[in-house]
Design a protein around this ligand. Structure first.
Ligand code: SF4
Ligand code: SF4
Length: 71
């Protein structure tokens, strides 16, 4: 299985949640314990080890907040 890593530009996330629905492994959530500079709960990855680097999340994000690295 391919492995990947995402880098989230947390302070640019608007917490819209669009990326959450397209992760095949359901790895993404809005961070209930954090508020970014824009005042939103930003997206976080709760189990980074399971990221396969598919880039669905990055393609979905309207604000280009997510960068994907394939490992
Ligand atoms: S790259 Fe794919 S597997 Fe990794 S967090 Fe994004 S949607 Fe999920
Ligand atoms: S789609 Fe982009 S802006 Fe929306 S929650 Fe995900 S990372 Fe944040």
């Amino acid at each position: 299985m391919a492995k990947g890593r995402i880098i989230v530009d947390v302070d640019r996330c608007k917490g819209c949640g669009l990326c959450l629905a397209v992760c095949p492994n359901n790895l993404l959530e809005l961070d209930q314990n954090n508020v970014n500079k824009k005042g939103y709960q930003p997206m976080r990855i709760h189990t980074p080890d399971k990221c396969i680097g598919c880039a669905n999340c990055a393609l979905m994000c309207p604000d280009v907040v997510i960068t994907v690295e394939r490992l």
